[in-house]
Design a protein around this ligand. Structure first.
Ligand code: HXC
Length: 521
């Protein structure tokens, strides 16, 4: 304790010394170990993520208050987490970073309180919160108090959902129940080689199920970005991780009540790319890359794909149209022919709901032969999962514009932002085929008996398929019925979408009064 006659100079020196100690985290040796593992420290991460000298730390001197288990014998700077606010590209954000050099970044009572405090500030200020996860989970010594800390964090993640964007970065271990905080946030970014997430680690798995697996294969960045879909993005290293966060935030409003940030348009709004007219093959069984369509329509180099390695039969992501951020949802004919399966349903539904929560118009590109057939899909609950897409589109009140590029068959056509789910405008390319099912399948059902008895059944089948295609596989029937607003050339997409967005900028929808709906989960 400082004595009252200490000079001002001493007080300043004392504060500086305390700050220096804080800056050293868990000590130089532990910092060296952190670096040797190819990891930055919590403070270095915050410095690199935020605009230069914009970081304002809160509660740096917070200390745990339990004296059990010898924790009173050592000073734990910041209690293992650094929190505060600052700016990214001039926009305000709140941030916290677990400090692995301090008791393994584990979360105890006071660390939890600090994170809750910054979450509270973020919500009150209406700014995004970014959590950098690198820790051993619940602090063992603090028992139920650390469990309380996690419980409180989960609660705050839920309260903040749909209010402010929440981004989780995994740049170290994130194990056990601790994974559920990132899982409750909007986006998870995992840094390759240094991050992992799992509920139970390799040793427990070996004991319980006998399976042998290493940490990386169990819960590394690639497995979560691909197979499990837990992670939305991966980055090669920490620099790239921070670059990605900055890029991602550029599409997002700071909170649900704000419009997404519009940038000065650099691209011609009337640009018509003639290559677009050639991408979709005339032959329905041939595939193409939907991402090329997207890249050529939206503002140059503005497409940021989300969940790129997960459920690749669907494409979701952000882009800009004449400077305005939008969400894009599409099928990918180059993967599983664009059929909608369980994972694609989850991916699409979640993305549409995020866009709706944060005022991002949804532009949909439909090319799907339908829901993926198969026992594993049926038994895995494709009915339950597919319903999520319907729910998400039906519930969304942001501007919704759909382009049917080719196949729009059956229920899948209905779920993919159709007029029936209150899409504001629906366009179709001349290649669009809107029908209950594809020609081959329809002919087999409608003419099964005739074909069975026909002397030249194969040729007759081909004739009937051609007839069906001519009669039904074009967009003009849907356009004549008013189910499609217009048939447009692919090259016209950009100006037509920009004009539609301009019209719908101030769209208002009155939803029925309710506490909240009950989405099929
Ligand atoms: C207290 C911890 C700790 C923890 C690590 N440390 N985890 N201290 N509580 N949970 C300490 C270590 O004692 C060590 O202290 C320092 O942090 C670094 O840890 P190491 O083991 O040396 O590092 P490393 O070899 O890299 O291994 C990191 C690790 C491992 C994989 C995270 O420490 C580990 O498995 N920890 C336990 C993970 C866990 O099961 N947590 C509970 C999850 S359940 P010294 O002084 O030696 O440097 C959970 C429930 C959440 O979180 C609640 C949900 C409802």
């Amino acid at each position: 304790m400082l004595s009252s006659d200490q000079s001002q100079k001493d007080l300043i020196l004392d504060l500086n010394n305390r700050r220096k100690k804080l800056a050293e985290g868990g000590g130089l040796k532990r910092i060296e170990t952190q670096h040797a593992r190819g990891k930055l420290t919590a403070r270095e991460r915050i410095e690199k993520l935020l605009d230069d000298r914009s970081f304002n730390e809160i509660e740096p001197f917070l200390q745990h208050r339990l004296s059990d288990f010898g924790m009173d014998k050592e000073n734990f700077p910041g209690d293992g987490v650094i929190a505060g606010f600052g700016k990214i590209d001039g926009r305000r954000v709140c941030v916290y970073a677990q400090d692995f050099t301090v008791i393994g970044g584990s979360m105890g009572e006071m660390a939890g309180k600090k994170i809750s405090r910054i979450m509270e500030l973020a919500m009150q200020a209406g700014v995004p919160v970014i959590g950098l996860n690198d820790g051993g989970g619940a602090r063992i010594q603090e028992g139920v108090y650390s469990l309380e800390a996690f419980g409180d964090l989960f609660y705050r993640n839920v309260q903040a959902s749909g209010v402010i964007p929440q981004i989780s970065v995994i740049c170290g271990p994130c194990a056990g129940g601790a994974v559920y905080s990132p899982a409750l946030t909007d986006f998870i970014i995992m840094t390759r080689g240094i991050s992992n997430m799992f509920i139970t680690g390799p040793e427990v798995i070996k004991t319980v199920t006998g399976e042998d697996i290493d940490t990386e294969t169990l819960g590394g960045a690639d497995i979560h970005a691909g197979a499990s879909g837990v992670a939305h993005f991966t980055a090669e290293n920490e620099e790239q991780t921070f670059e990605l966060i900055r890029k991602l935030l550029g599409y997002l409003p700071s909170n649900f009540a704000e419009a997404a940030p519009v940038v000065v348009p650099q691209d011609d709004p009337l640009r018509m790319d003639s290559r677009l007219n050639e991408i979709i093959p005339a032959e329905a069984s041939l595939s193409y890359d939907m991402r090329e369509i997207i890249q050529r329509i939206f503002d140059l180099d503005s497409f940021l794909e989300v969940h790129a390695a997960f459920a690749r039969n669907a494409v979701v992501g952000f882009a800009r149209l004449h400077g305005q951020p939008v969400g894009i949802v599409a099928q990918q004919p180059a993967h599983l022919a664009g059929a909608i399966d369980i994972d694609a349903s989850d991916k699409i539904a979640r993305f549409v709901r995020f866009c709706d929560a944060f005022n991002l118009p949804v532009i949909t590109f439909c090319d799907t032969p339908g829901f993926l057939p198969g026992i594993s899909q049926e038994h895995g609950g494709i009915i339950r999962h597919g319903a999520k897409i319907l729910y998400a589109y039906g519930e969304a009140t942001v501007p919704k514009i759909t382009i049917i590029t080719r196949k729009g068959y059956g229920g899948a056509y209905v779920v993919m932002g159709s007029k029936y789910l209150k899409a504001d405008l629906v366009f179709a390319y001349p290649t669009a085929e809107i029908a209950v099912m594809g020609a081959a399948g329809a002919v087999n059902i409608l003419y099964r008996k005739e074909l069975k008895d026909h002397p030249d059944s194969e040729n007759e089948r081909l004739r009937l398929v051609a007839e069906y295609q001519e009669k039904f596989s074009n967009p003009y029937i849907a356009a004549a019925a008013g189910h499609v607003d217009d048939v447009i050339l692919p090259a016209e997409s950009r100006p037509r979408l920009i004009a539609a967005l301009e019209l719908l900028r101030d769209k208002q929808v009155n939803s029925p009064a309710e506490k909240h709906g009950s989405i099929p989960l």
